[in-house]
Design a binder for this molecule. Structure first.
Ligand code: FPP
Length: 237
């Protein structure tokens, strides 16, 4: 794989609602159209040799949305997983989920569990859906778990370092690929919005001025081209 292809890409798929409203559709229609883009970008990332793709599909803040929109979002996600499982398996994609999974509707959780189990041997790319996810919550649960392990004699405070702490983050199955190389947020908003706060410490950012349903494979290539032209120094000179 080319060193110029990011190993871990994280995406904030923003602007579905605005895309729909601008065309006179209800907001949820944007999510339906957005899920087609998910399919295309997942395929392309896998084809290009990306090792990890992490998609922000639902933040902890998104629970405040109207019931109708939430219901469409969950249905869309469930349908997506159900329909794509065969293709993902064929392409060696492993599925992972990060976030407060216990808050998800039971049927969605069950579908995700089934898919994760079915795809557990995938070794080409790890696709992660961030669902009811918040970066601060992830760090707090990691700290809590570590404190518990210390109390139970499984760990000691002195043993803690960055690598060790990463074992407690929800992204731990990503292993050496857990650091985000490229973070893309569509819709022109230039915020990180509590996404992968730890993992994005050295990420390059790209903010395409397009809503997610308009973010095509061609636009994805542009983001990758921008990444190639960055000089990453990781704090060195
Ligand atoms: C942000 O747009 C998008 C979401 C909250 C949901 C993203 C969901 C999908 C792309 C479809 C299903 C997901 C998968 C993984 C198959 P917004 O609604 O906040 O748009 P706005 O900022 O214009 O209101």
């Amino acid at each position: 794989m080319s060193a110029l292809v990011p190993k871990h890409i994280a995406i904030i798929m923003d602007g579905n609602g605005r895309w729909a409203q601008a065309r006179g559709y209800p907001r949820f229609y944007g999510h339906l159209r957005g899920s087609n883009r998910v399919k295309e970008i997942v395929r392309e990332a896998r084809r290009l040799g990306v090792s990890a793709l992490t998609l922000y599909a639902f933040s902890t803040e998104n629970w405040k949305r109207p019931e109708e929109e939430l219901s469409v979002l969950w249905k869309t996600l469930k349908k997506y997983v159900h329909r794509q499982i065969k293709d993902m398996k064929k392409n060696g994609i492993r599925l992972h989920v990060i976030g407060e999974i216990e808050r998800l509707p039971t049927d969605v959780r069950d579908e995700l569990k089934r898919a994760m189990n079915e795809l557990k041997d995938g070794n080409q790319m790890i696709l992660t859906f961030a669902l009811s996810y918040g970066g601060r919550a992830e760090i707090i649960q990691a700290a809590t778990q570590f404190a518990k392990d210390c109390m139970n004699g499984i760990a000691t405070p002195e043993s803690l370092n960055e690598k060790k702490f990463e074992e407690y983050l929800w992204t731990s199955p990503l292993g050496e690929n857990s650091d985000v190389d490229l973070l893309i947020r569509t819709s022109g908003e230039k915020r990180i919005s509590n996404y992968l706060l730890w993992q994005a410490s050295y990420a390059e950012f790209d903010f395409p001025e397009l809503n997610w349903p308009d973010y095509s494979v061609e636009e994805f290539h542009k983001s990758l081209e921008n990444f190639k032209n960055r000089k990453r120094r990781f704090g060195a000179v």
